[in-house]
Design a binder for this molecule. Structure first.
Ligand SMILES: C=C(O[C@@H]1C=C(C(=O)O)C=C[C@H]1O)C(=O)O
Length: 372
């Protein structure tokens, strides 16, 4: 199977209304595809299943699963030479979009000043003129434009068509080791990653780091927390801290770890339940799968830790491990037959300036717009 034949299979599956997902991990050259052989909507029950998951923001709603057992999986090397299409940027937000977003941001600031909660992530969706039938051209541009992102295209005829290029890992596990990240704080990228950060951004990112480390306290006694870094995600920069560890027990309970993490204050707020209630009550639309998560769940892979043995084919030294690679669904778009919806948001604290928060959503929305 080649890069172009994998894309052709996706096109065939789409035309035949069968579920599939295409995805490429950050900095990887491998494009993977999972093609479900029937059009049933399968769900996870306790995250012990093996497959590709697609979870909504609202953790009360069910997580969709493309079970590996009911699918065919392929992997090819991406051929970027085949991705030469030019990109354009269009800003399509209306004045009404701007006023509505600013009004909710102002309401949140007031509520936080009254002491109701500390941080909330407010988002909106913006309509763009695209057609679902063009999804592969858009997907190829996303692959080419964002090599450090997790770039996916997910389709289920009974649920919808989603594409994205996200910078955020929710959870990576291998056996009982795990890794996650605290990613928050945003500024526009202007040719350098050597930038200063304001207290507001440092504070909102710190809230996320604190939440993650305390949520994982019961999972591992020895958490490793990296230094604060500035990372680029297309046209924006974020603050990032990496958090990793090994579960105290031999078995990592994915259901409880995912339950403890999702949604983090990077996409919801703090305290979690109060922020979530504010979001559900005040954002005047449903997030659906935006700010949910997606990726491989309990995949069996052969791991070879000795680099000297890397070239030994069919290695007898490899061990089979169970891995999960889950990413937060950000910088994404839902594609309908005749239009697309880009989903974007940003973290609000009492020090937020509503106008700058609006600009931040515009800057984030360009991740997708630059590839339409
Ligand atoms: C909510 C989004 O992004 C998240 C919010 C950020 C912020 O508030 O600065 C930064 C990165 C992400 O964790 C989004 O892209 O829609």
């Amino acid at each position: 199977m080649t890069f172009s034949s994998l894309l052709e299979s996706a096109e065939t599956y789409f035309n035949e209304a069968l579920p599939f997902v295409l995805y490429r991990e950050p900095n990887a050259t491998e494009l993977k595809g999972v093609f479900q052989t029937d059009d049933t909507v399968y769900y996870t029950t306790d995250y012990s299943e093996s497959g590709f998951v697609f979870a909504p923001f609202d953790s009360e709603q069910k997580t969709v699963l493309l079970p590996f057992a009911n699918s065919e999986a392929f992997s090819v090397t991406v051929n970027y030479d085949e991705v030469s299409l030019k990109s354009k940027s269009k800003d399509t937000a209306t004045l009404a979009d701007k006023e509505a977003h600013i009004a909710v941001v102002e309401k949140a600031i007031e509520s936080m000043k009254a002491g109701n909660f500390q941080k909330v992530v407010l988002s909106r969706k913006e309509m763009v003129e695209v057609k679902a039938e063009d999804f592969l051209a858009i997907y190829k541009r996303l692959l080419s434009n964002y090599r450090t992102a997790y770039v996916y295209c997910w389709y289920h005829p009974k649920i919808g068509l989603w594409l994205g290029a996200t910078p955020e890992t929710l959870l990576k596990t291998e056996g009982n080791r795990f890794k996650t990240m605290s990613l928050a704080g945003t500024q526009k990228y202007k040719d350098t990653e050597a930038v200063e950060w304001q207290e507001k951004e440092k504070e909102e990112q710190h809230i996320v780091t604190q939440f993650i480390t305390s949520s994982l306290q019961g999972v591992s006694d020895r958490l490793e927390v990296s230094d604060l870094q500035t990372v680029r995600a297309g046209g924006v920069l974020h603050l990032k801290t990496e958090i990793s560890g090994r579960s105290n027990s031999r078995h990592l309970d994915l259901q409880s770890v995912i339950g403890a993490l999702h949604p983090t204050p990077a996409v919801c707020g703090y305290p979690k339940l109060l922020a979530k209630a504010f979001i559900l009550e005040n954002e005047n639309y449903r997030r659906e799968f935006y700010a949910g998560f997606l990726g491989e769940l309990n995949k069996k892979v052969k791991i070879n830790r000795n680099p000297k043995l890397r070239n030994v084919e069919n290695s007898a030294y490899g061990t089979v491990k169970t891995v999960s690679n889950l990413f937060v669904n950000l910088r994404c778009m839902q594609l309908k037959e005749h239009e697309g919806y880009i989903y974007v948001g940003g973290g609000i604290t009492t020090s937020s300036d509503p106008e700058s928060e609006w600009e931040e959503t515009i800057n984030k929305s360009r991740t997708i717009k630059n590839s339409l």
